[in-house]
Design a protein around this ligand. Structure first.
Ligand SMILES: Nc1ncnc2c1ncn2[C@@H]1O[C@H](COP(=O)(O)OP(=O)(O)OP(=O)(O)O)[C@@H](O)[C@H]1O
Ligand SMILES: [Mg+2]
Length: 357
């Protein structure tokens, strides 16, 4: 009977871009469990669009050579540990993103499209990770419409500044929060905000005391849009991966696709998709697709990205959420709410798996 070493030998016959996948270091694990052969690959982000073809080839080659049928292939994008190349913004400026001392991992939540629930997903993911025992902070990168303060019930609370001119995050539900809303007044002119955003971002990222000891995750809530102002955070800080939020209606797709491409262009790994407001279960248990269907699936196929979760809509949670109580800390009183909790559990586990602290 063939052993693990033989499987590795067989996998060596598969090449991507002229390099065999074993020598290139793309095979991260090969093991047999309950009679099933598991092959885990970690490949550069730029090859993720060929993930399905690679998976099929791996299965075919192993089947042909060893006559095994039960094979599970898992392909993940390789995380960016080393700083990426210098990046050029659309206005031609050059940026050199850095790690923030004291923060192990940085996760972005973005979309390109407005109103899809980015801030809601960012807030609930951050609180969920904290519930799981990780040290988490949240950065609201929305200069024009910061809403994290509202969603966490800390609107109006100001960031404190120490004598050494270091910022102290506002605390809510076990996470530290830095938001433009807690720095600027609501009537600060939008134009003025626009001219200084790079400097302010940099100051907040690198001069905040994020935690007494090391922080496991910083979650960044990206504003809608794909211009320099929107993606400024990614020009300054190395981001380990972003989760992209979409809604089920097909008209949302173009903006979301643009955001995925913008992140990839900046060498920010896009880890997966979340479809928010996917459906609502009515009192008879019927699934109603109030906002249409298919958006998440189309993008997932197109970009070879996993659709990590479909989050249902819940009117009661909407109200409580807008009053400052994140969904993941609320009680479960109906099927939509149960499924929302389940979805956030899945999203948090997905992040822990893909970008371990
Ligand atoms: N699954 C859901 N069920 C019910 N309400 C939701 C859900 N997801 C988001 N919402 C609500 O939808 C509204 C918009 O959400 P949110 O502010 O998170 O979107 P956004 O994409 O961050 O918007 P913007 O583009 O303005 O930053 C909020 O009132 C929020 O409470
Ligand atoms: Mg928002």
């Amino acid at each position: 009977m063939a052993g693990i070493k033989d499987y590795y030998e067989t996998l060596k016959s598969i090449e991507i871009n002229g390099k065999d996948i074993v020598s290139a270091g793309y095979v991260s694990q090969v093991y047999v469990e309950e009679g099933k052969l598991h092959v885990k690959l970690t490949i550069p982000q730029e090859f993720m669009k060929h993930a399905i073809a690679i998976e099929n080839t791996v299965k075919r080659v192993l089947k042909e050579r060893h006559n095994i049928e039960d094979i599970n292939v898992e392909i993940k994008p390789r995380m960016q540990i080393t700083p990426p190349k210098l990046q050029t913004s659309t206005s031609g400026n050059i940026f050199d993103p850095k790690r923030i001392p004291g923060i192990r991992r940085v996760i972005g939540v973005g979309s390109g499209k407005g109103g899809v629930g980015k801030s809601t997903v960012a807030v609930n993911l951050a609180v969920k990770l904290a519930q799981k025992g990780y040290k988490v902070a949240l950065f609201d990168a929305d200069i024009y419409g910061p809403s994290v303060g509202t969603l966490l019930g800390i609107k109006g609370q100001k960031i404190r500044v120490t004598k050494e001119r270091k910022f102290l995050p506002v605390e809510a539900y076990g996470i530290g929060v830095i938001s433009f809303a807690s720095l600027l007044d609501e009537d600060t002119p939008v134009i003025w905000r626009g001219t200084m955003f790079h400097k302010v971002y940099q100051d907040l990222f690198f001069n905040t005391i994020w935690s007494e000891d090391e922080l496991d995750y910083l979650v960044i809530d990206f504003p809608p849009g794909t211009g320099d102002a929107q993606l400024s955070a990614a020009q300054q800080v190395i981001i380990d991966g972003v989760v992209v939020v979409t809604t089920p209606q097909k008209v949302a797709i173009d903006d979301v696709r643009r955001a995925i491409n913008a992140f990839l262009k900046m060498e920010v790994p896009v880890l997966g998709l979340v479809e928010n407001m996917s459906y609502i279960i009515d009192t008879c248990g019927n699934k109603l697709h109030v906002f249409g269907k298919g958006g998440g699936d189309i993008l997932s196929r197109e970009a070879s990205l996993p659709l990590v979760a479909r989050i249902p809509l819940d009117p009661e949670y909407l109200e409580a959420s807008d009053e400052g109580k994140p969904m993941v800390i609320q009680e479960v009183k109906n099927e939509n709410q149960r499924l929302i909790h389940e979805a956030y559990e899945r999203i948090a586990d997905f992040i822990l798996d893909r970008v371990s602290p």
